[in-house]
Design a protein around this ligand. Structure first.
Ligand SMILES: [Zn+2]
Length: 328
């Protein structure tokens, strides 16, 4: 039977409801904090519960369904499955999906001595598969002792750098592709500013991953309908996140990109998330916006700008239901 894998177990994908397809509730440490600063550290469970609850409440108000938050923190990047379980337990009706897989290589700091460099592709794939099929390591594969949570991962992250795929990223992608083929788990990617979107799909599919189990992320940073159309032509999904990031682009760019890709016939291959992965992107830390942004501001704006209810429900509910379902 078809299922999506949440932190509290496998569920009928129809129960995912409104999905925030790329989000961050917790990041306890790791290379991203060293690279991008303390703003990236999200360690407070009570604050995360408040953000998560606001998403669940606003999903019910806006689309009359429960919410799902996909926490995209990957292996050894401050992922904390037990904190995420506590958040899930505190917000009735909300689903959380935990990630396995990897960030781009330089987030692993002195990467030449990290186990991702020492272990073989098969060994790395084995660890990713165990996160998905047995339970996520509560120690986040940050040390030699592995202790598995009852919670399993429901999505795999892969990542590439700005305009370049490092040798280590290629190796991690090969391992994650093998894990996806073995388990049916969908792959939600990180591109840097939208670069290498099609290259990611080509590499993953060359290892046998089904294009419809790939969502290429952060593509709103390259709002080029022609280039992105090449990605959707393969059958892969696009994930637009990064709402209200006005230092990069106005939200109108995201609106126009959704309109042009939908008019080109790719409306069923689009996913949305906010990627509010910094204190300065969350209301509980004093920011103007938070995890509920799509349900309270951006989704209603789409309706106001003439998108149909079917289109809007498609992006948040129907497309995400298909994508996060494990392949048979
Ligand atoms: Zn992110």
């Amino acid at each position: 039977m078809a299922f999506a894998r949440t932190i509290d177990g496998d569920i009928d994908p129809a129960k995912l409801g409104a999905v925030d397809a790329h989000e961050h509730l917790i990041r306890t440490g790791g290379g991203e904090i060293l690279v991008d600063g303390e703003d990236m550290r999200l360690i407070d469970v009570d604050k995360a519960i408040t953000e998560a609850r606001s998403y669940q409440v606003s999903a019910r108000e806006f689309l009359d369904v429960d919410g799902t938050i996909v926490d995209m923190c990957p292996i050894d990047c401050g992922r904390d499955v037990e904190k995420l379980r506590a958040i899930s337990a505190a917000v009735p009706g909300l689903n959380i999906i935990v990630t396995t897989g990897f960030q781009k290589s330089h987030m692993y700091q002195e990467e030449s001595t990290h186990w991702i460099s020492r272990y073989s592709v098969d060994q790395i794939a084995e660890l990713v598969i165990a996160d998905i099929e047995v339970g996520v390591d509560v120690n986040d594969y940050s040390g030699p002792f592995v202790e598995r949570s009852a919670a399993k991962a429901g999505v795999i992250k892969i990542a590439t750098s700005y305009g370049v795929m490092t040798d280590l990223e290629r190796k991690l992608i090969e391992a994650c592709a093998a894990a996806s083929v073995e388990t049916g788990c969908p792959i939600n990617t990180h591109t840097q500013h939208g670069t290498l979107a099609l290259d990611q799909v080509k590499l993953l599919t060359s290892y046998g991953v089904k294009p419809e189990k790939i969502a290429v992320g952060h593509v709103q940073r390259n709002p080029d309908p022609y280039e992105l159309g090449k990605v959707t032509e393969t059958g892969a999904y696009l994930m637009l996140d990064g709402t209200y990031r006005l230092k990069y682009l106005p939200d109108s760019s995201r609106v126009q990109l959704l309109r042009s890709l939908t008019d080109a016939g790719y409306g069923s291959q689009l996913l949305l998330g906010t990627d509010s992965g910094k204190k300065s992107y969350q209301k509980v830390y004093g920011a103007a916006t938070g995890v509920d942004y799509d349900m309270t501001v951006f989704g209603p704006r789409l309706l106001h700008e003439g998108f149909s209810e079917t289109e809007v429900r498609g992006y948040y509910v129907d497309n995400a239901r298909e994508f996060f379902t494990f392949a048979a």
